[in-house]
Design a protein around this ligand. Structure first.
Ligand SMILES: [Cu+2]
Length: 344
């Protein structure tokens, strides 16, 4: 069951060179909150995802992927990295993309590549939307389980239900992704093929106060990049509540509760767009923050600090590898970056 972690672009010769998203940025794509989109715009976005789920994968030589959508999942799994134990019992974990300094730029770039695929390969003309879950918390008179994000027609479908007495999993049984078979396994064997349903297990208790505006505001008050990043990613030490990243993943549960395979639920991208938006807000709060970076390269071993030159690895299937600084300025104001977005 051991899966190689591919660190070189071995098969790039057989593939078109991954394109960069933007050279220069004069008309940024405007990302909007899900419920501000027209019904038509919401349906367009969902159709584009379904299109990506039907296009053939490019990563089939290396991963048990079927669709283009799965290429992104496999890239996230592979980059998260596997913990393994050496013969002398020393545990090794590759630096990965979570609980370290590249968490924010890596996911920003990954999200933009996904948005780019929806547009360039599936004819989608809109921007990646985001899910502002603070609107679904009690302090905003919202309800997590009744969020319009879970609407079966103009949303992503609802909670999972246990399909039969023999099953221990909750499969999403309504909405646009209800009958889709996911190819990549959950749990310890992440990169092996294990077809299963889209699982969700809503846990509203994990989202309050985790996803509350109060928690968001506390996060935005951090003055150092690394404190902001780890506070969002994991647990905010000062607040002693779940960071918004974990609260969103845990609140949806199922696929989303898995650190490796969570992009198998399309809600991953809606959640991460909102996290990305919070970083964008934080970056704009003070001059000089756009290119502020830091934090350990690896959460568990001493591999030094994350820098502007730390490479965001995407492999050939989803995009070109770039140094972190090229994916940190969302609006690409100096034209040297690879992105071209803004939030409304
Ligand atoms: Cu991730």
């Amino acid at each position: 069951m051991h899966v190689r972690r591919i660190t070189i672009i071995a098969s790039v010769g057989t593939l078109a060179r991954p394109q960069e998203i933007a050279s220069g940025c004069t008309k940024p794509l405007i990302r909007k909150e899900w419920r501000t989109l027209s019904r038509e715009a919401r349906l367009d976005y969902i159709s584009a995802i379904q299109c990506l789920q039907k296009l053939p994968a490019r990563g089939t030589n290396d991963f048990p992927v079927i669709s283009r959508f799965d290429d992104f999942v496999a890239t996230h799994i592979n980059q998260t990295g596997f913990v393994y134990t050496l013969p002398n019992n020393v545990t090794v974990q590759p630096p990965g993309i979570h609980e370290n300094g590249v968490f924010l730029p890596w996911h920003r770039y990954f999200l933009a590549l996904y948005e780019h695929a929806l547009r360039s390969e599936c004819g989608y003309t809109g921007a990646q939307p985001y899910w502002d879950w603070t609107l679904d918390t009690p302090s905003m008179n919202g309800s997590f389980v009744n969020s319009p994000i879970f609407d079966p027609i103009t949303g992503f479908g609802g909670n999972g239900t246990i399909p039969d007495a023999n099953s221990t999993f909750s499969c999403v049984s309504d909405g646009p992704f209800a009958n889709r078979t996911l190819p990549l396994s959950r749990g310890i064997d992440h990169m092996i093929s294990q077809p299963h349903c889209l699982r969700r297990n809503l846990a509203p208790f994990a989202t309050d106060p985790g996803l509350s505006l109060q928690n968001v505001n506390r996060l935005l008050n951090h003055t150092k990049y690394w404190d902001f990043s780890i506070g969002m990613d994991n647990v905010d030490e000062t607040a002693e509540v779940l960071g918004v990243h974990l609260a969103g993943h845990g609140g949806v549960g199922g696929e989303m509760g898995d650190m490796y395979t969570s992009p198998q639920d399309p809600l991953f991208y809606m959640h991460h767009a909102n996290l990305d938006r919070l970083w964008w807000i934080w970056q704009r709060k003070k001059d000089g923050r756009v290119f502020e970076i830091g934090g350990p390269r690896s959460p568990r071993s001493d591999m030094g600090n994350t820098t502007l030159e730390t490479v965001l690895e995407m492999y050939p299937f989803v995009g070109a590898n770039v140094p972190a600084w090229r994916a940190m300025d969302l609006e690409n104001s100096d034209g040297r970056g690879v992105l071209c977005n803004t939030y409304e």
